[in-house]
Design a protein around this ligand. Structure first.
Ligand code: THU
Length: 157
């Protein structure tokens, strides 16, 4: 029997330790939470994707009375980003969330499985790592790639 240990390196930093580009991305993700439409969960998620053409695409979760019809912030951002700028490569994504008390969450919100799979597609298209920044109220988790968040991902058949 052989055992493989999968390891997800996460840097835990404070906002002030981010570089200017990372700070801007976090600011835009936090601001995007204000445009979340989340009347059912009251959990407001914002995302911001930095593209190789210099654009930053925000997204927020958009819920629906028929629950499964809604979508997460990360997918609203990545699908729009690629629909609007199909030639641009993804460089980094930041994610922020506010809970039912309307405050930014202490523990950074991480993308759901479906969002990880969707984001991985654009990382593969980019041909390089896409940094993932998960912004909590104080602690900010920085991961080097989407792939690191989705070990043993399905790739192609
Ligand atoms: N949500 C996101 O926007 N991103 C995630 O990765 C996880 C969950 C949203 C979906 C739903 O609108 C709300 O958060 C509660 O699950």
């Amino acid at each position: 029997m052989k055992e493989v240990n999968l390891n997800i390196p996460v840097k835990v930093v404070a906002y002030d330790e981010l570089d200017e580009k990372q700070k801007t991305l976090v600011d835009i993700a936090r601001e995007a939470t204000l445009r979340s439409y989340a009347p059912y969960s009251n959990f407001k998620v914002g995302a911001a994707i930095a593209l190789s053409n210099g654009e930053v695409i925000p997204g927020s979760n958009q819920e629906n009375v028929a629950y499964p019809s809604g979508t997460c912030a990360e997918r609203s951002a990545c699908f729009y980003a690629h629909a609007r700028y199909p030639e641009a490569k993804f460089e980094a994504i930041a994610i922020a969330a506010r809970g039912t008390d309307d405050e930014f969450v202490e523990t950074p919100a991480a993308p759901c499985g479906a969002c990880r799979q969707s984001l991985l597609e654009y990382e593969t298209l980019a041909g390089h790592d896409v940094e993932v920044i998960l912004a909590g109220a104080k602690d900010i988790y920085v991961l080097k790639s989407v792939k690191s968040l989705l070990p043993l991902a399905f790739d192609s058949f």
